[in-house]
Design a protein around this ligand. Structure first.
Ligand SMILES: [Zn+2]
Length: 209
């Protein structure tokens, strides 16, 4: 378990270092045995120790002496509903969050949107953080996708491992930044469904390699 905890700590610190999420915001988890390891509630990432990382099983049970991130429920629900989710990165990254406050999805303004698995990156409906209601909204936005924005909150990305999920989270923020810039000049020209389908079939082959 220790090497997995170290991995969670390494990527939690990267949330700060790569400016994906400031101070204590955001959280990170890694599928482990019949559950997952997740960052704790209200602790600065720079001070994280292995003992602070909380194991939660897929039924949502954990050692009551520990304090997991208050947002652990959507991690549990994602691991329960998506077999291919091995790691999750949730962040309040600046550009994705800015876009989420307009409850806007990222449309097919750039072919890289396909990285999240579809023709757009959806924005989950707002609900109070840490609630099952928010979890439900997130799962809906993640249908056939591995990333989404969360209205008036931030973004979430999952992957085969933490490096994969982290890279996708960075890309989502980058796409949000580019999309916001493109809106300054008016409405950008979007790629057609047909054009996006070609990209999606290419990226599936790429991922298999
Ligand atoms: Zn959050």
């Amino acid at each position: 378990m220790n090497s997995s905890k170290k991995e969670v700590i390494k990527f939690a610190k990267m949330l700060n270092d790569k400016k994906l999420s400031a101070l204590r915001s955001g959280n990170i988890s890694l599928r482990y045995k019949n559950g997952f390891l997740i960052t704790p509630s209200g602790q600065k990432y720079s001070s994280l120790k292995e003992k602070d990382i909380v194991y939660i099983n897929l039924n949502g049970e954990y050692d009551e002496n520990q304090k997991p991130s208050s947002e652990w429920r959507f991690h549990q629900d994602i691991y329960n509903s998506k077999k291919n989710a091995k790691a999750i990165v949730h962040s309040h990254s600046t550009n994705a969050t800015a876009l989420s406050t307009h409850n806007k999805k990222i449309p097919s303004f750039h072919y890289m949107v396909a990285l999240a698995g579809g023709t757009d990156i959806k924005c989950a409906k707002y609900a109070t953080y840490g609630t099952r209601e928010l979890s439900k909204n997130i799962l809906k936005a993640l249908t056939n996708r591995s990333a989404c924005l969360i209205a008036n909150h931030g973004q979430i990305a999952f992957g085969r491992n933490l490096a994969d999920a982290f890279e996708l989270a960075e890309e989502v923020d980058n796409l949000a930044k580019q999309y916001i810039k493109s809106l300054v000049l008016g409405r950008p020209k979007l790629l057609s469904l047909n054009q996006m389908k070609k990209v999606l079939s290419k990226s599936k082959t790429y991922k298999r390699d």
